[in-house]
Ligand binder design. Structure first.
Ligand code: ZN
Ligand code: ZN
Length: 353
């Protein structure tokens, strides 16, 4: 089968012909129909993550946002028998531990990160293996197109987890989203659907226009505004109730925290670059005095996919609206390179494998 393999950091991925995956007893092999291209792929391709023991090794097949059809199941996999269309999370739980059985498989201590470690070769390939398939896979109705379903992961479901489960956003609250790439735009759309009022923050006016189209009430261009927290305080009558840093950069994270009103909640979604190396200085005295919550977010538990899919199937949420480009496997390297200077917009999806 064809697969896109990371052979050297920062160099084009190698398109290779390799053996298709063998199925484990508890696993399933999925024929990939579509797979999103994500800034997490870019981090892996750049060789980031050493500071968090999270550097992806050479030889890895990247790709962690697939949707496809089951073509083979292990002996111990129910309820799937083959042929079902499924959504595949990147954070694959073991299905057995305390985290998994209480609905937090996204932080399973025995997890496998699809497309980021040798035990879980990724989905920039014709076929992908999913371990513990009964726990990790969610059946997808035929009404959702593959490209729309691929747009769900990981960014859309991460934004859902951040706003719904972690920050518990309520209707009428102000939500400020810093960085309107795939996860940021997803957050704008989801916050809008929740009845929140949204401030979108980005440095690109075309991106901010797109954010307005999908539900942002206000926009702030961070490159043209000296005091972003001040601007947000003015727009929101005293500060946002919830902020999200979708980028993981020093200035966006700190600006986001400083844009909160008292008792506000910040959700940290973006991972840092080699400028921050996993650490960002924050105003902890103000966090203490304001009773600010600082919440980490990692994907969404596989057990949470059902809820998101129901909202997509009933047209409350529309991840497909954020897809700006469909490409082939040979184009992935170019699209990753375009992320160097933040030249991509919305969600881009591989639909030709
Ligand atoms: Zn587990
Ligand atoms: Zn992703």
């Amino acid at each position: 089968m064809r697969a896109a393999v990371l052979r050297e950091y920062g160099e084009p991925l190698a398109i290779e012909s390799i053996a298709p995956p063998d199925v484990e007893n508890h696993g399933a092999v999925v024929a990939v129909e579509a797979c999103g291209i994500c800034r997490s792929d870019w981090h892996a391709w750049q060789g980031h993550g050493e500071w968090a023991d999270d550097k992806v090794p050479r030889g890895q097949i990247l790709g962690h946002e697939p949707v496809g059809r089951i073509v083979e199941t292990g002996d111990h996999v129910t309820p799937f028998e083959g042929g079902e269309r499924v959504a595949v999370p990147f954070n694959l739980g073991c299905g057995d531990c305390g985290a998994c059985v209480t609905g937090h498989g996204n932080v399973c201590p025995d997890d496998r990160a699809l497309g980021f470690e040798p035990a879980a070769p990724g989905a920039f390939a014709e076929r992908v293996h999913v371990p513990h398939a009964a726990y990790n896979l969610t059946a997808l109705g035929e009404s959702v197109a593959p490209v729309d379903a691929a747009a769900l992961g990981c960014r859309y479901v991460t934004a859902f987890n951040a706003l719904v489960r972690r920050a518990d956003v309520a209707a009428g609250e102000w939500v400020a989203v810093f960085g309107c790439g795939g996860v940021g735009l997803s957050a704008v759309q989801i916050a809008n659907a929740l009845g929140a009022r949204v401030v979108a923050v980005d440095v690109d006016n075309a991106t901010l226009d797109l954010a307005s189209e999908i539900g942002a009430t206000e926009t702030v261009n961070g490159a043209e505004t000296n005091d972003v927290p001040g601007a947000i305080a003015a727009l929101t009558d005293g500060g946002a109730h919830v902020t999200m840093d979708a980028l993981g950069r020093q200035e966006t994270c700190r600006d986001a925290v400083e844009s909160l009103r008292r008792r506000g909640r910040h959700v940290q979604v973006g991972l840092t670059t080699d400028a921050e190396r996993g650490e960002i200085a924050l105003p902890t005295d103000a966090i203490a005095r304001g009773e600010i919550d600082f919440l980490g977010v990692r994907g969404l538990s596989p057990t949470g996919y059902d809820e998101v899919l129901r909202l997509v199937e009933s047209d409350v949420l529309d991840p497909g609206r954020l897809v700006t480009r469909e490409v082939g496997l040979d184009d992935v390297s170019d699209r990753l390179a375009a992320m160097d200077e933040y030249e991509t917009r919305g969600i881009e999806v591989v639909t030709e494998l």
